[in-house]
Design a protein around this ligand. Structure first.
Ligand code: HEM
Length: 217
């Protein structure tokens, strides 16, 4: 039997955790329109810490044989997050922002794999950017409607990939890169484990956010 392509393996392996993250209390409340724009702003602020860790490393990994092919300028999100946060939190937000404990742990793990394990970095890259290109588009639509942001404008620029004209084609190519990941089977298994860890780290951020923004009964 031909083995499944790695893109299928990693997707299948994280499927249950994806459902869990999607259905977390914080995400359900946020996307169900039950939380204020302050919760959305705090969530976006947490993403800024995570993407800074992902993208601070991007340049040094660009020439790496394993992680390098995944590093693409059109994915970079920090500039978009900063524009959104200028709008959501007002000037000077950098001085007022702090990562929640789970966010700090997540960003630290990303920074660690970026320094020490390029294939582990790919696990985190996949978990965030392929998600943003997929479900991120659902989130953008709901955010625009719920909090009245201009379509694809300030507040939701994080979800808008100006440099990617055809997301479906981009995702197809991205999966081809995953299928060609230049590591052996044992390391591929470790990448799958790290992807599961990446989902767990995201869920932990949702748990911290959920505690910070409980629904007033
Ligand atoms: C409420 C929140 C979310 C919604 C509505 C959502 C929705 C979706 C949808 C519709 C897809 C496309 C599935 C397909 O191509 O058949 C997708 C894919 C994906 N999502 Fe999410 N998602 C959410 C949260 C997350 C989170 C928190 C993560 C991880 C940080 C994530 C990571 C991914 C990844 C990696 C994929 C690509 C799977 C693949 O094709 O390999 N998603 N999501």
């Amino acid at each position: 039997m031909t083995p499944s392509p790695f893109s299928t393996v990693i997707r299948t392996a994280s499927h249950d955790q994806h459902t869990e993250a999607e259905n977390s209390t914080f995400m359900s409340d946020l996307l169900g329109g039950r939380l204020g724009v302050d919760a959305y702003a705090r969530y976006t602020e947490q993403l800024w810490f995570v993407y800074r860790a992902l993208e601070d490393a991007a340049q040094s990994l660009a020439g790496d044989p394993v992680a390098g092919p995944f590093v693409r300028a059109e994915l970079l999100r920090v500039a978009e997050l900063e524009r959104d946060l200028d709008h959501l939190l007002g000037a000077g937000w950098q001085q007022r922002s702090a990562p929640l404990p789970a966010t700090a742990a997540y960003a630290e793990r990303v920074a660690e794999v970026a320094r020490t394990w390029p294939a582990g970095y790919v696990a985190h890259h996949y978990t965030r950017y392929l998600g943003d290109l997929s479900g991120g588009q659902v989130i953008r639509g709901i955010a625009e409607k719920t909090w009245g942001f201009e379509r694809k404008g300030d507040g939701v620029r994080f979800y808008v990939f100006e440099g990617i004209g055809n997301p479906a084609a981009f995702k197809r190519e991205y999966r081809e890169l995953l299928d060609a990941l230049a590591v052996d089977d044992l390391e591929k298994q470790r990448v799958v484990d790290e992807c599961r860890n990446a989902f767990a780290l995201n869920s932990a951020v949702f748990a911290d956010l959920g505690a910070a923004y409980p629904l007033s009964a």
